[in-house]
Design a protein around this ligand. Structure first.
Ligand SMILES: [Ca+2]
Ligand SMILES: [Ca+2]
Ligand SMILES: [Ca+2]
Ligand SMILES: [Ca+2]
Length: 644
């Protein structure tokens, strides 16, 4: 242990000096502070650091005066930091170096949740500190479109459950303060999902406080887990209206060609003039004000998303404003990444500035693997359509909608496994090529399109529950072991199905009073959503936990390049080899996508002599001609590792 601490101390001091030489004194001090907080045997290291400073000070003596001055300043500040931190050291000081900091994004298994729907740890915040009816507070646990009561405290209390599932990262739907209720009279709904932001600088009171969020991030980090937050720059809540549209049902998009300068006359209702934060967001000049998007042409960029105020993201003041807003969340909470909403509705030039600014900042704060992944919806298996965002917009990673389509096409619509051939052939299209494709976010369904179980039922209305479950399990296995960083959508592990997408796919894990949720048939369970569902013995929870354990134990299954095997037009076995990064040892992943047993001869590396089983039933002997004969029962999978 002391060896590890020693290396960590040395690394941090080296890094602090490096930053110092780049004149980034602030970051150097922050790193030193981190070291202090992390060092269990701190006094020893404090002495070492001081000794190091003295040596460096002597070394630079006689060299540039500027460097010398910086060292002196850092030395003095370090002493101040020591003085300030010393009383706190007794109750901080985790036992070991935080390994999550150095973990690359492809290692993560991410658990995605809407806080409102996960766990209610504090009933006193259910109405967000507001009073009145559900149209004022947003709270109505009997309605799927209103707040149900889930919060940060609930998640803190249930971290064992999330970690037990094998998740190494948590992605939270937006946690910022929202306009609680929106929508035309008679058709209102609440901002329980978090995507209607008014105050970008703080936590929505329905979810808790900034102190709660800090506690959550610290608790996750102490477990070696990361926290990703969902961010938006495309729009705010619907606060600005157009004079010309008052009393009308719609506010149709007005094209630049027809209205080159001003399309509509914006106004903010009395009382809402300062509802947004930071203050610059209250000025209508920072919005497009061109009416509602019709999803075609320029309206996709400049139109309002059903009234949500579309921000003028090409304005340099807006760009700087959002960079500052989101840097501050890194500064204040040391989060580990952003999922970015509605990316394709923001001009690429915005991302070209935003992404490098955020990454540089995270790096300077000691978060070298800060992950940024984009929601850019594409239809069907279309890796090229996704890859555009990694090249043109400079986004490091995307949610793999193409993977989701391939899964649905094969496992729900009974299409050919060539869907996967087309999918993986497109890996080279991403900026960074196949290795970049290893860290994009794979998923089988989500809170917008709905859960895979629902899609399978919709595509196959008469299918037995047992078969739906087998197909869902196989989809989970492909997601966990093939390339990509898997994202689990909260509730899938309890067999939630949902009636459709959006609100219909957002059941609570705690006992629900929503009738359209409680009549759903769950997979792998006799329960309903009318009771708490944190069952660690649910077959899907157990399956995912087991697979996550295997994935975590073998770097080939997280970081190994992959090669598609045995593709044929009529074939049903999806076979993929992955290779351990250093040794090049072969792993063979086998998935039978057919509803009957399959036997197939599959080529493997000519250096592979035999296989051992990690999961399922693996072929043992490799025949001459480096071929294995594989037999898998319907929807069965096996994860095998070369044993020579
Ligand atoms: Ca609550
Ligand atoms: Ca836009
Ligand atoms: Ca509006
Ligand atoms: Ca239902």
């Amino acid at each position: 242990m002391s060896q590890i601490l020693h290396h960590f101390a040395k690394f941090t001091v080296d890094r602090a000096f490096f930053l110092l030489q780049c004149c980034n004194l602030e970051s150097a001090v922050i790193l030193m502070e981190k070291l202090l907080v992390n060092g269990a045997r701190r006094m020893k290291y404090l002495l070492k650091i001081l000794a190091r400073f003295v040596r460096y000070f002597s070394f630079t003596k006689g060299r540039q005066q500027a460097a010398k001055n910086n060292v002196s300043r850092l030395f003095v500040i370090s002493l101040a930091v020591i003085a300030v931190c010393a009383p706190n050291l007794a109750w901080t000081a985790p036992k070991s170096v935080p390994s999550y900091i150095s973990r690359p994004p492809e290692d993560e298994v991410t658990y995605f949740m809407l806080l409102d729907r996960f766990a209610n740890g504090d009933v006193s915040n259910d109405r967000g500190g507001l009073t009145g009816s559900r149209l004022q507070t947003g709270y109505d646990p009997s309605s799927k479109g209103f707040y149900q009561g889930g919060d940060i405290r609930g998640l803190i209390n249930r971290l064992d459950y999330v970690q037990g599932l094998g998740a190494t990262a948590i992605w939270l739907a937006p946690i910022f303060k929202n306009k609680p209720v929106q929508g035309p009279a008679g058709d209102e709904s609440a901002a329980y999902h978090g995507y209607w932001i008014t105050d970008f600088t703080t936590i929505d009171p329905h979810f808790g406080t900034e102190a709660d969020f800090r506690e959550l991030v610290n608790a996750a980090h102490a477990r070696g887990m990361k926290v990703y937050i969902d961010i938006i720059t495309n729009h705010t809540a619907d606060v600005i209206y157009s004079r010309e549209c008052v009393g009308q049902n719609d506010c149709p998009y007005r094209y630049i060609g027809d209205y080159p300068n001003r399309a509509y006359t914006p106004f903010v209702p009395a009382g809402d003039e300062h509802i947004k934060k930071p203050e610059w967001l209250n000025n209508p000049i920072y919005y497009h004000n061109r009416g509602n998007s019709n999803w075609h042409g320029e309206s996709g960029l400049y139109g309002d998303f059903s009234g949500l105020d579309d921000v003028a993201t090409e304005n340099p003041i807006v760009v700087r404003g959002f960079v500052d807003i989101y840097k501050s969340w890194i500064d204040r909470f040391a989060i580990d990444g952003f999922r970015i909403d509605t990316v394709k509705h923001v001009n690429p030039e915005f991302w070209q500035v935003f992404v490098p600014a955020i990454r540089r900042h995270a790096q300077s704060k000691g978060i070298p693997n800060f992950q940024i992944f984009a929601e850019a919806y594409v239809d069907g298996v279309n890796p090229g359509g996704l890859a555009v965002f990694t090249h043109r917009d400079g986004l490091p990673s995307v949610l793999d909608f193409s993977f989701q389509s391939a899964i649905r096409n094969v496992l729900s619509r009974n299409q050919s496994i060539e869907n996967f051939e087309f999918l993986y052939a497109g890996d080279v299209l991403y900026k960074g090529g196949a290795s970049a494709a290893m860290r994009i976010q794979t998923f089988t369904g989500n809170h917008d399109m709905g859960r895979l179980a629902m899609l399978i039922r919709k595509d196959n209305p008469n299918m037995e529950a047992e078969e739906v479950l087998a197909r869902v399990k196989l989809a989970n296995a492909i997601m966990m072991f093939a390339r990509g960083a898997p994202v689990l959508y909260s509730g899938d592990e309890q067999g939630f199905t949902g009636d459709g997408g959006d609100q219909d796919a957002r059941e609570t894990l705690f006992a629900s009073r929503v009738a359209v949720y409680n009549d759903n048939l769950l997979l792998g369970s006799n329960r309903t959503t009318a009771v708490d569902n944190y069952d660690i013995n649910h077959p899907l929870y157990r399956q995912i936990a087991q697979m996550a354990h295997v994935r975590g134990a073998h770097s080939a299954l997280r970081r190994g390049r992959q090669k598609l095997r045995a593709m044929s037009y009529n074939g049903h076995i999806l076979a993929i080899s992955r290779f351990e990064p250093v040794s090049n040892k072969e792993y063979l992943l086998l998935f039978n996508t057919a509803s009957e047993a399959q036997t197939q001869n599959i080529e493997v590396e000519n250096t592979t002599r035999s296989f051992e089983t990690l999961l399922g039933n693996c072929p043992n002997v490799v025949n001459t001609g480096h071929v294995v004969q594989v037999r898998l029962e319907k929807f069965e999978y096996a994860i095998c590792r070369a044993s020579n």
